[in-house]
Design a protein. Sequence first.
Lengths: 242, 261
Amino acid sequence: MTWVWEHLGDIGGYAVSHALLAGIPLLVGLALALPLGWLARRFPRVAPVIVGGSGLLYTIPSLALFILMPLLLGSRILDSINVYVAMTIYTVALLVRSVVDALGSVPEATALAATSMGYRRVGRALAVELPLAVPVLASGLRVAAVSNVSIVSVASLIGYPQLGYYLTDGYQRSFPLEIGVGIVGCVLLALVFDLAIRGAEWALTPWARAAASSSAAGSRYSAIAKRWRNTSTRQSEGVGTR
Amino acid sequence: MIAQIWQWLTAPEQWSGSRGIPTRLLEHLGFSALSLLLAAAIAIPVGLWVGHTGRGRSVVTIANAARAVPSLGLLFAVAMFVGPRITSNLAFVIPSVVVLVLLAIPPLLSGADAGVRSVDPAVRDAAYGMGMTGREVLWRVELPCALPLLLSGVRAATLQVIATATIAAAVSLGGLGRYLIDGLAVSDYAQMAGGAILVAALALALDGLLALAQRLLVSPGLATRPSQRRHGKFPRARGVAGGRGRVLAPAALTTHGRDLT
């Protein structure tokens, strides 16, 4: 264990770069997936192309994608931009479907009510549908976050420094403790991401809590909230990671 | 650069011998198929049983939580502990296959469980009402109705195994991953990229084949379940739509992701 204490500074540094490599693509991917998912719902004709096409990207194994990135970007093999872009691609691949499902979880009546109150299409999407889509979106985001944290560690095979370094280095030196540090570090980081997204979801959905506390009255809110919970349960599922 | 990759891919020495592409491809497929069969033999019966009886759901929860473990870490850890204990020339193969089986189990397990649980309770009750025994209900009603999600689980597991078998070249497994790892070791980008293209093509081709199989195997009657209709504009792009092969396989699975932590 002394090894862990001696290297605590390094471990922290690698954890931060790991968090950045997994977290920044998560935010960028979300920003890209939102309009794509909205388009897919708005134009059902192109939905299979958008949802299916982005889904296909997730099938490409991570090591292969990391290696092919310089070819697409014209970057050098050790540029960290390769990892950022590859992780953004995976995030978009997972989240487009989540966005479509999340927007689909908004009750038709609510959307129509917003229209009758004078919201235009884009305004309605941003001010009414997006906030109500947060629970389903958050569950998709949590799946993507755990997936990203695991995939980023694969990049250590090519030599990008992050927690995955302890996995490759520990294996090369036959040092189980170091591999343990890498694994525990990744799992803890995934947990931190999960808690952060849960926290953001909690902060962004005060109406869900209000609905939960008034559910005894059998109000309409509670019915809606229940449906949301069902959708988000169905939606959130552990995705295989590479 | 592209010319060099093309040259690597089309060079005659790449297409014959024990290091040639056909051999590596067969190795890759062989390890993957073996691991998937072993994992399916364990996970699908357990998943169906959990879904059917509703007992032991914690098994599925634990398996899903275990997915937060990075596959690369699992690979190196198992290779380090199991490898030295095996003296035969299978020392490189067995640890990798163990890891591939472990990684394939969670998606298969939750696919089978979620599939059986997604069966409309009215359908299940009707089957019991017709006098079917529990076993008949499972085999003749629940299993066919569970196929969309079950096969989505198979697709997710397959992609997982193909991807991890690539990485397993780092612990000396054969297969297409060798080109990526060996090319990296000698800074031969053409070899790395050529191998990466082959791996990506293999993954895409297998996913396409499985999507086709899903479409052929799933009863067309399942495409328009009443519970899907309320989603208005997207009656076919959700849930069971995994069966239509257009949808991302992993996301078509539907269970305990929130238990990931």
